[in-house]
Write a protein that binds this ligand. Structure first.
Ligand SMILES: [Zn+2]
Length: 624
């Protein structure tokens, strides 16, 4: 048998949790909070229902900076008696353990506590940081190990829990969670939620703000602040179609509703796949649906990640590699093959950039993260290398066979958290051993355990990009002026490829302002050529966040000063780590740039999310 039956084997050691689920396992949470904006804290109780596998063992939880008031235990969930607890010493990455001895037969623990104003999993926004400017806002980001900063729990993806929550907020605000809303449409500052499917702790999510809702389909919709809601609903109108498409590919959507919450711009990620309610950055609202691959990605997590979950953060590629692969399949089905291949080509490019700079151990899919912050594992390796591995399997075994394999994989491991070893065992049993000749063509061990990518890896090619490169070369060689480049029908993806390709060529041809290679003598220095592009295409003012980001990155590299005010505005208004980290890194490459970066960061830092702050502090060696 590939799997043990029924008994919950501990999947693998999770180096990022103190918990002891093999002895005492939390299976349900009842949460109750007051959301106190003036103090920037959540204050209330968490009732944990536990299974006692080793009846004499204490319950061990993960916490970070929680203020624990008192702890009680209960045998019946009605009568509670005071209990003792000890908090271990605090580790910078892991936080502190909390050990609670349990009386015989006790199966509930009630913890009265409040969060710290600087909790790493919460971001409190002043009204000025919101679109509406009138009300404060708070949202959570629990992945990877930040749930412990707002709930005392077993913060490991191998423990799955159901939960209920009651949340009291200022009357004019609305609370939403990664759960079913039981309170109906009334906005009265008292909200109840229930999540009936067992989920890992990193998917517990809460947001409170002046939110409006608009339906997109019978089971899909969007939440956003009033100034953003109409734009968001328009941009995300293909969501229902995406859900239907994914169900056709990989089986039923099992979470009831699929809604999207568009957050204020300080959200540190593109999106977070909180079940039933994806959290998304407003920077995907480009006005032309060109950046909705993010929705395909977060939706795909409803299968890969939320349904079948990585058991430890070393298995993160099981979440993200599968999800990027699914995302591209959804894009292909909804927007066509050409769009999908452009995204795949851009993905490969990002992967190659990472492979050029990361140390060997960090290029391994099944990465060793012992002693490290799991947020550091969030490079393009688990995402793009993981997706490329699955694409290799698809191309080798054929789409029909591989799709059948994936459908059975999602069914087989539904609502479980699994390790890379469990995936490999299932893959061998259900795909490789059934087609041994084909199996020889995919070096599974090399994909999972070696740096770099195998020589036989798929190579996505985009004919549209080849045409863009031709045009770019003609412009670089001054055979055409910028206005003459036929850009009218270019998509965002073609623009991004154009800019990256031009930068590559310029980088190859220039050291500082000196021509050293293939670019013909007499070619103007980059800044002048940047100006030509800007005049023709108004790139400095681009309202598309991806294009603006790419352009600003080039502007720093080529010392194109007219983009400086926009760069500053961008860094002061957007907190998405994918954008701001490379911009600060690029600035920090010169002493002058570093000085400028520090000046901007001093103003921006209080508006960034704790996760983004941790990253940028590191880039700029910031001492607070
Ligand atoms: Zn993802």
């Amino acid at each position: 048998m590939a799997e043990a039956q029924g008994n919950r084997e501990p999947a693998a050691q999770d180096f990022h949790s103190y918990a002891n689920p093999a002895a005492v396992r939390v299976r349900h949470l009842d949460l109750d909070w007051d959301v106190l904006f003036d103090q920037k804290i959540l204050k209330g109780t968490a009732v944990l229902t536990v299974d006692r596998i080793s009846p004499t063992q204490p319950l061990i939880l993960d916490t970070r900076d929680l203020n624990i008031e008192k702890v009680e235990t209960s045998l019946d969930g009605v009568n509670y008696s005071p209990a003792t607890f000890t908090i271990g010493s605090s580790d910078k990455i892991l936080g502190a353990s909390m050990t609670i001895p349990l009386p015989a037969k006790a199966n509930r623990v009630r913890i009265h506590y409040s969060t710290a104003p600087g909790a790493s999993g919460l971001q409190w926004l002043e009204p000025t940081q919101t679109a509406g400017k009138k009300d404060p806002f708070v949202f959570t980001q629990s992945e990877a190990i930040h749930a412990r900063s707002w709930i005392p729990l077993q913060d490991t993806p191998q423990v799955r829990v159901t939960y209920t929550a009651r949340v009291r907020t200022p009357r004019q605000l609305l609370a939403v969670m990664s759960a079913e809303n039981l309170s109906g449409p009334a906005r009265d500052g008292d909200y109840s939620f229930r999540m009936r499917q067992p989920i890992p702790s990193y998917l517990i999510a809460l947001a409170v703000g002046d939110l409006r809702f608009k339906a997109l389909g019978s089971r899909t919709g969007v939440y956003a602040e009033p100034p953003v809601i109409d734009l968001a609903a328009k941009e995300l109108s293909d969501t229902e179609k995406m859900v239907v498409t994914t169900e056709r590919l990989y089986g039923p959507y099992r979470w009831g509703r699929y809604d999207i919450l568009v957050l204020p711009p300080s959200f540190p990620y593109g999106g977070m796949e909180n079940p039933r309610l994806t959290f998304a950055t407003p920077t995907i609202l480009a006005g032309d649906k060109s950046l909705v691959s993010l929705v395909a990605h977060e939706l795909a997590h409803s299968w890969s990640g939320n349904l079948v979950t990585n058991a430890t953060w070393s298995d993160f590629w099981l979440n993200e590699g599968f999800t990027v692969y699914l995302e591209r399949r959804i894009l292909e089905a909804v927007y066509g093959h050409a769009r999908e291949e452009m995204e795949a080509a851009l993905g490969l490019r990002d992967l190659n950039e990472d492979l050029a700079t990361l140390p060997d151990p960090d290029e391994i899919l099944h990465i060793d993260l012992k002693g490290r912050d799991p947020d550091e594992g969030s490079t393009d390796i688990p995402y793009e290398k993981g997706a490329l591995f699955l694409r290799h399997l698809e191309e080798t075994f054929g789409r029909a066979r591989f799709d059948r394999f994936l459908r059975s994989y999602f069914n087989h491991f539904a609502f479980q958290s699994i390790t890379t070893e469990q995936f490999v065992a299932y893959l061998k049993l259900n795909l490789l051993s059934k087609n041994p000749t084909l199996a020889e063509r995919v070096p599974v061990d090399e994909w999972l355990n070696k740096p770099g990518i195998p020589a036989s890896a798929p190579k996505p090619v985009s004919p549209a990009f080849a045409r863009v490169e031709e045009q770019a070369m003609r412009w670089l060689r001054r055979e055409v002026t910028a206005e003459k480049i036929p850009t009218a029908k270019w998509t965002t993806q073609e623009w991004l490829h154009f800019l990256k390709f031009v930068q590559d060529q310029v980088s190859k041809g220039f050291v500082g302002d000196r021509i050293v290679l293939s670019v013909p003598p007499g070619t103007a220095p980059p800044a002048a050529r940047m100006e030509e592009l800007d005049k023709a295409f108004h790139l400095t003012r681009s309202g598309n966040s991806e294009i603006a980001f790419q352009w600003l990155l080039m502007s720093i590299r080529n010392r194109y000063e007219p983009a400086s005010p926009r760069l500053e505005e961008f860094l002061l208004s957007i907190g998405r780590r994918k954008f701001i980290k490379p911009l600060y890194e690029e600035l920090a490459k010169t002493p002058q740039g570093k000085e400028r970066a520090l000046r901007i960061y001093a103003r921006a830092r209080p508006t960034y999310h704790p996760i983004a702050v941790a990253s940028i502090d590191e880039v700029l060696k910031w001492k607070s």
